[in-house]
Design a protein around this ligand. Structure first.
Ligand code: NAP
Length: 237
């Protein structure tokens, strides 16, 4: 058990919600930052990760309630399917803003607590699409690839301060995001058809990602930093 305080952005749905559940079971005090958080969860705060003031205000409230934040999981994200020639710069900017700048703002907001504590764990949820690229998802893949690069650079910079920084790129996890894409016919087949091409022969679950995150934020993972730990059922190797 631990009394450490964690923040999970995007913790109201899908993978983020699975991470919140797991970290709470592991004994962390876990607060959620999300666009539409549950009204019944006392530790859920509304904040858009692209909005510096909203993040700062939520982080201050969380710190006052739960103490210094030494674990951050950047899970908030949004995808966009659009042929590149039809992608407007405004759409490109919005996807970069949520998926990349959201990570920048999240880390900036909690880093003083981690530096003060001389201990911290940051896990960035990127995407398996970064392994090989993905047609019609240029902005999203560019942003998530940048998150992987940011992860490696921060690991080198923050390692001497006792802070590890790793990324988990999920592949094909059964969440509202994946179901929405299936409904719109954007997956190039149904989820069941994809399962037949997935080496472990099942779709991933938020708990699969949560298990990897739980390890990376644990004391046991203190010698692991700057790593990109794919959790994708063998779809990407
Ligand atoms: P999800 O069910 O849609 O959850 C994403 C959460 O992030 C939602 O609660 C969403 O709020 C929130 N969010 C979006 N934009 C935000 C913003 N600007 N500020 C704060 N919160 C915001 O999707 P998921 O599948 O669990 O995805 C979680 C993460 O995994 C994302 O970063 C995604 O890119 C990544 N990922 C998922 C898969 C997969 O197979 N599912 C694969 C690769 C990567 P709203 O619902 O209100 O918009």
């Amino acid at each position: 058990m631990t009394d450490k305080t964690a923040i999970v952005t995007g913790g109201a749905s899908g993978i983020g919600a699975g991470i919140v559940e797991r970290l709470r079971a592991d004994g962390f005090n876990v607060a959620i930052l999300d666009l539409n958080p549950s009204e019944t969860d006392d530790l859920a705060y509304r904040a858009d990760v692209t909005n510096v003031e909203e993040i700062a205000s939520a982080v201050t409230s969380i710190r006052n309630k739960l103490g210094p934040i030494t674990v951050l999981v950047n899970g908030a994200g949004m995808e966009k399917y659009r042929r590149f020639r039809n992608l407007s710069f405004e759409e490109w900017e919005r996807i970069i803003d949520i998926n990349l700048h959201g990570v920048f703002h999240g880390v900036q907001a909690v880093l003083p607590d981690m530096l003060e504590a001389g201990w911290g764990r940051i896990v960035n949820i990127s995407s398996s699409s970064t392994h090989s690229g993905q047609p019609f998802m240029a902005a999203y893949v560019a942003a998530k690839s940048a998150v992987n690069g940011l992860t490696k650079s921060l690991a080198l910079e923050l390692g001497p301060h006792g802070i590890t920084v790793n990324a988990v790129p999920p592949g094909f996890i059964d969440t509202p995001m994946l179901r929405r894409s299936e409904e719109k016919g954007l997956l190039g087949g149904t989820i069941d058809e994809h399962v037949e091409r997935t080496p472990v022969r099942r779709v991933g679950k938020p708990a699969d990602i949560a298990a990897a995150v739980a390890f990376l934020v644990s004391e046991d993972a203190g010698y692991i930093t700057g790593q990109i730990l794919g959790v994708n059922g063998g779809r990407n190797t």
